[in-house]
Design a protein. Sequence first.
Length: 206
Amino acid sequence: LNGVDTTVFVNNGKNNSLLESLGINKDKFVIGSISRFSTDKDYETLIKSFNEIQKSQDNVHLLLVGDGETKAEMVRLAEDLKLMDKITFSGFRTDILDLLNSMDVFVLSTHTEGISIALLEAMSTERPVVATNVGGNGEIVQDNDNGFLVKENDVNGLAQAILKIVNSNEIRTRLAHSARETVKKKFSLRNTVAEYEDIYSKCLKA
């Protein structure tokens, strides 16, 4: 299993200075995602879901981090939905920890996925997460325990799952704590190294 460094990816509190540099009001509830812009990553469903969310929640902002072949198309979609004042396309960035600490919820709305490093990093940073139930996401996220799982291509289902986190401090806190505990127990870099070391040792002994 992939692993992340849980001593690096920690909750440092909301990074208001970074939000300000991105033009996002620090009082906004930030829904974020970090991924390559491609068809399989399905930012289209996330943007359409956000469109539904912002109709009932005025205090939300969508932060999309990354670059790729579908980015121009996603910008046009945001323009068509008149959401450009509520969506930030940050482009490619390397300050992932700071970006995660600027988000109130992390979303991974992909069609296909392995064991997502981005998802593990978000959970290690104590972000409540919503992910599509595809590929390895179901191996990481247990629905309503350490995050929410939704069907792929489900605009309404994704919106409703995110809204549960937006509307409840209790749910946010519970999922965030459980998310980090999951990564520490099963997906930490320390565990990954130990498992590889064990495999090599068995091979050498054989």
